[in-house]
Design a protein around this ligand. Structure first.
Ligand code: DOR
Ligand code: ZN
Length: 429
């Protein structure tokens, strides 16, 4: 039994946090109230004074790298990293080696996660066999095995007819399609945002059009085939505008951005820190403003980490050759709190919506609420605590994070999964 005393509760429904006590037993929230009568001898007590409790964070886009790239991350290290970031449920992308493109592979992820995972892992399977973009996977089989969504993330589905077929089949099973939007011919071998900074730095640019063309195509497909598409990692002002317009017209589109797209710009590439190399690339100040506005007005539904850990050897090389990706679990909450809530973009309950309720809802999984009778997946944070990011303290094998050394506000103190404390003040329990 866990007794959490005198804490501010952000329950995923109410607009304003309220104070109370919470009792957790047998994996569930059994009581929420004030001055509860508890058998203290048998309870772990957490003094919640000055702290906030949120529904466990849900990340609908991350890369755990197992199988095939365990030198970058594996399910054990990745779920520890997620727990340290306050996440209780995560959905893992399918661009592993081999990719998650059949029922057996989905079952492998589920059973490995049961064995070594400390948070809940929901597998995403590929849209196309072998991530080749040619032939759609056996969607019924993937559904039966327990995949929560389909995505070729890391690669776009270039062939519109293949995407159309994926939409038509996925609809039969109510399976979500998550689309990585990128015109590969246009992006070519670019390594950062195309613009003033790429010219100054002498690096090949990726024009924003590469992302926006992909999004425009998917909006048109979603419209004509009346099927929901979720757009991954939105990074440009033009993308936000396309999605805003599509939603206005009632087209079934949702989307996510990642913390680095509202916390950093292409100016950070100055100095050639390869930890700033990510796909889509960091954009400009105007884009950051547009992303914030999109989050504020509801155009952007979700904040996902796109946690993309890489090995040192893939980052400690010249910018042109380095791998794309940011190891993001362990800075996501603090970046969102520091750069959105503290900046007055929105309040804590909207942060919980974007990082817990909405992603759970879009994936159709449990989560996003603190309510009597609910599964006890929760995150306790100290919003007043400032700290300096130190990648050496990451549980992730991937130390590739451009916010290393930066001061952030709002720190995750406890992560509770199924009523069990899995992370407590810097330590995996
Ligand atoms: O930066 C990225 N890294 N973007 C992607 O789309 C894929 C990801 C990865 O798998 O490393
Ligand atoms: Zn990704």
């Amino acid at each position: 039994m866990i007794y959490i005393k005198d804490i501010s509760i952000v329950d995923g429904v109410s607009e304003i946090p309220y104070k109370g006590d919470i009792v957790i037993d047998m994996g569930k929230i059994v009581k929420i109230g004030k001055g509860l009568d508890v058998d203290f001898k048998n309870a772990i007590t957490i003094n919640g004074k000055g702290l906030h409790i949120l529904p466990g964070l849900v990340d609908m886009h991350c890369h755990l790298r197992e199988p095939g790239y365990e030198y970058k991350e594996d399910i054990e290290s990745g779920t520890k990293s997620a727990a340290a970031g306050g996440f209780t449920s995560i959905s893992a992308m399918a661009n592993t080696n081999p990719p998650i493109d059949n029922g057996g592979m989905v079952n492998f992820i589920k059973s490995r996660a049961k064995e070594v995972g400390i948070v809940k892992v929901y597998p995403i399977a590929t849209i196309t066999k072998g991530l080749q973009g040619k032939e759609i996977t056996e969607i019924g089989e993937l559904y039966e095995a327990g995949a929560v969504a389909l995505s070729d993330d890391g690669m776009p589905v270039k062939d519109s007819n293949v995407m159309k077929l994926a939409l038509q089949y996925s609809r039969m099973f109510n399976m979500l399609i998550i689309s990585h939007c990128e015109d590969l011919d246009l992006a070519a071998d670019g390594v950062m945002n195309e613009g003033y900074m790429s010219t100054i730095l002498g690096l090949k640019g990726i024009n924003r059009a590469a992302e926006e063309i992909g999004i425009a195509r998917d909006i048109i497909l979603a419209k004509h085939y009346k099927t929901h598409i979720h757009i991954a990692h939105v990074s440009t002002s033009g993308s936000v505008e396309l999605i805003r317009q599509a939603k206005h017209e009632g087209i079934p589109i949702t989307c996510e951005t990642a913390p680095h797209y509202f916390s950093a710009t292409d100016e950070w590439v100055d100095g050639y820190d390869t930890n700033t190399k990510v796909n889509p690339p960091l954009r400009t100040v105007d884009d950051v403003e547009a992303i914030k506005k999109g989050l504020m007005d509801g155009t952007i539904d979700v904040i996902a980490t796109d946690h993309a850990p890489h090995h040192m050897d893939e980052k400690n090389i010249e910018y042109n050759l380095a791998a794309f990706g940011i190891s993001g679990f362990e800075t996501a909450f603090s970046l969102a709190y520091t750069n959105l809530v503290e900046q007055g973009i929105f309040n804590l309950s909207t942060l919980v919506e974007k990082m817990s309720s909405k992603p759970a809802n879009i994936l159709g999984i449990d989560g996003g609420k603190i309510k009597e009778g609910c599964i006890a997946d929760m995150t306790i944070v100290d919003l007043n605590r400032e700290y300096i990011v130190d990648v050496d303290n990451f549980y992730s094998k991937g130390k590739n994070n451009p916010f290393n050394g930066k001061k952030l506000k709002g720190q995750v103190l406890y992560t509770i999964v199924d009523g069990k404390i899995v992370y407590e003040k810097g330590k995996i329990v």
